[in-house]
Design a protein around this ligand. Structure first.
Ligand SMILES: NC(=O)c1ccc[n+]([C@@H]2O[C@H](COP(=O)([O-])OP(=O)(O)OC[C@H]3O[C@@H](n4cnc5c(N)ncnc54)[C@H](OP(=O)(O)O)[C@@H]3O)[C@@H](O)[C@H]2O)c1
Length: 302
C-alpha cells in the first residue's frame, strides 16, 4: 500500500475513551480514528467543550494509505481486531501502545511491523454512559515512550510530539521497563481488589479485601526481581497514596465488571501469573485473583 504523503500520518485504533482522548490531544496533526463509534466526539476538558470530527474509518474499511504511526488505544479484548487491521494496513508502521497491562510484544509478534513502542501514560479519560459520543478528560498526565534515537521515524515522532507539546517524555528502554512494571504492579493490586469489593479506589484501602494487597505486591515484586527489573523501595506506600489521590475514581476493571464486559485481568495479573509460571515462582494470590475476576465476567459460550 502507498504510504501517506503527509509529513507524519497517525492512525488511532479504538474509539473508546482513550481513542477519543488521543484524537483530541493530537488534533494538530489530524490523526485518523479507526473503530466502531463514528464522530463527532464531544470532549469535556475542564470547563472547555470541544467537538471533534476526525477522519474516521470503521474497522472493515481501508484507509487511503498506510499510516506512518499507529497509536493503539483499544482494550485487550479488541487487540486481535487491532492486530488484524495493522496486518492489513500498517504492517511496517511505528506502533505505539499506551494500553495498560503487559504482553503486547507477544500478542503482536506475528506482525511484520517495523517497530513497537510500549509506553505508559497517566492521561485519563472516561466515557459518558448517557451520551455515547462524549468523554471527560480526567487528567492530561504524562506519557512515557521509549526513545530510539537511531530510528529516523521514531525520531521524527519525538520531534513532532515536542513541537505540539503532547507531554510525551522520551526515555531510555531501561527507564520505560521500570515504569511499565511499576504501573503493572499498581494495577495488579488496585484494579482487581476494587472490582471484587465493588468500590471506588479510596474505599478499597479500608476494605477487608485490602489484606490481599501485601501478598499481591510481594508476589509481583518477586516476579519483577527475577526479570531483573529494579523497583523503587516505597512501592507499597505509593500504591496507597495512588488510591487516596484517585479516591473517587472507579478503576477501569470495576467499570468493565459493572458494564458486563471482559476485563483486562489477563494482561495484568494474568501476565504476572504466566511470567511467574515460566520462572517457577509461586504466585497463589495472583492466580486466585485471576480466577475470581473471570468469575465476574460474562461467560463466553462456544
Ligand atoms: N481510560 C483511561 O483513563 C485509561 C488511562 C490509561 C490507559 N488506558 C488504557 O487504554 C486502553 C483503552 O482504554 P479505554 O478507556 O479507551 O477503553 P474503553 O473506553 O472501554 O473503550 C474500549 C473500546 O470500547 C468500544 N467502545 C467505544 N465506545 C463505546 C460505547 N459507548 N459503549 C461500549 N463500547 C464502546 C471501542 O471499540 P472500538 O475499538 O471498536 O471502537 C473501544 O475501543 C486500555 O488498555 C486501558 O487500560 C485507559
Amino acid at each position: 500500500m502507498e504510504r501517506s504523503r503527509a509529513p507524519l500520518s497517525v492512525a488511532i485504533l479504538g474509539t473508546g475513551a482513550m481513542g477519543r482522548y488521543w484524537a483530541y490531544r493530537l488534533r494538530a496533526v489530524h490523526p485518523w480514528v479507526i473503530g466502531t463509534v463514528p464522530p463527532p466526539y464531544e470532549i469535556f476538558d475542564g470547563h472547555t467543550k470541544v467537538v471533534l470530527v476526525p477522519r474516521y474509518y470503521p474497522w472493515h474499511e481501508s484507509p487511503p494509505a498506510a499510516p506512518d504511526v499507529v497509536l493503539l488505544a483499544v482494550k485487550w479484548r479488541q487487540l486481535q481486531t487491532a492486530a488484524n487491521w495493522i496486518r492489513r494496513h500498517a504492517a511496517d508502521s511505528i506502533l505505539v501502545s499506551l494500553m495498560n497491562g503487559m504482553g503486547q510484544e507477544e500478542a503482536l509478534r506475528p506482525l511484520d511491523h517495523a517497530i513497537l513502542l510500549c509506553g505508559t501514560t497517566t492521561a485519563a479519560a472516561t466515557r459518558d454512559d448517557r451520551e455515547a459520543h462524549t468523554i471527560r478528560v480526567q487528567s492530561h498526565g504524562l506519557t512515557f515512550v521509549p526513545a530510539i534515537p537511531e530510528h529516523e521515524g521514531v525520531q521524527a515522532l519525538a520531534t513532532l510530539s515536542q513541537a505540539h507539546r503532547w507531554a510525551w517524555a522520551w526515555v531510555s528502554t531501561a527507564d520505560i521497563l521500570q515504569r511499565r512494571w511499576v504501573k503493572l504492579l499498581q494495577n495488579s493490586v488496585i484494579n482487581p481488589l476494587t472490582a471484587l469489593a465493588d468500590c471506588p479506589n479510596g474505599e478499597v484501602i479500608r476494605h477487608p479485601i485490602w489484606r490481599l494487597a501485601t501478598p499481591l505486591l510481594t508476589e509481583g515484586m518477586q516476579v519483577a526481581a527475577r526479570q531483573h527489573v529494579p523497583l523503587p523501595d516505597d512501592l507499597f506506600p505509593s500504591i496507597v497514596t495512588l488510591a487516596e489521590n484517585t479516591a473517587a475514581n472507579l478503576s477501569s476493571m470495576l467499570q468493565d465488571v459493572r458494564a458486563g464486559e471482559i476485563t483486562e485481568i489477563e494482561a495484568i495479573n494474568g501476565y504476572l501469573v504466566r511470567t511467574a509460571d515460566a520462572a517457577q515462582i509461586p504466585v497463589p494470590t495472583h492466580r486466585a485473583i485471576v480466577h475470581l475476576i473471570h468469575g465476574l465476567e460474562p461467560q463466553v459460550t462456544s
